[in-house]
Write a protein that binds this ligand. Sequence first.
Ligand SMILES: [Zn+2]
Length: 149
Amino acid sequence: MPPSYEEPGARSQEPRLSVLRPVIEQITQHARTEWPNECCGLLIGTDDRIDEAVPARNLRLSPSRFLVDPRDHLVAVRRARASRRTVVGAYHSHPDTPPVPSPRDLRESTYPEFVYLICGPVRQQGPLPVRAWRLGREHFTELLLVMTG
Ligand SMILES: [Zn+2]
C-alpha cells in the first residue's frame, strides 16, 4: 500500500513546526557532505520546536535508505536530557528525489509521533528544499515549517 499524505493547506489549524535557521543550514550542509548517500541525524527540541540537530552515522551507507547508528541516537538522547529537552525527530536527505516520505520511509519508520525532516533532491543546485512530516499510525502528515532566528 502506498503511503498517503495529508497536506496542511485548507485546514484552519495547521500543525506548525518551528526550526532555527542555523539548524536547517547544518542539515543541508550535512546532506551535501554525504551525497550521493543519504545523511541522517536526530532532532532535539520540544513538541512544536526544533532547536538542535545532532548528526548521526548512516549505517546503510546508501543513496536510497538510512539507518541511524544507535550509538548516535543514544548520544542525542543524553544531550537532550541534560538540557531537559527530548529527541523529537530525525532528519535525512534524499539524494535524487523530493523531500517527501518514500514508501520505504513509512515501512522503516518506527517512532510514532516522531517528526521526520527531509531535504532533497541534494543533487539539485541552489537552496535545498526541506519539508517536515509527523508520523501517525499509517501515514505521514505534513507540518508547516516555520524558520526562525
Ligand atoms: Zn526518505
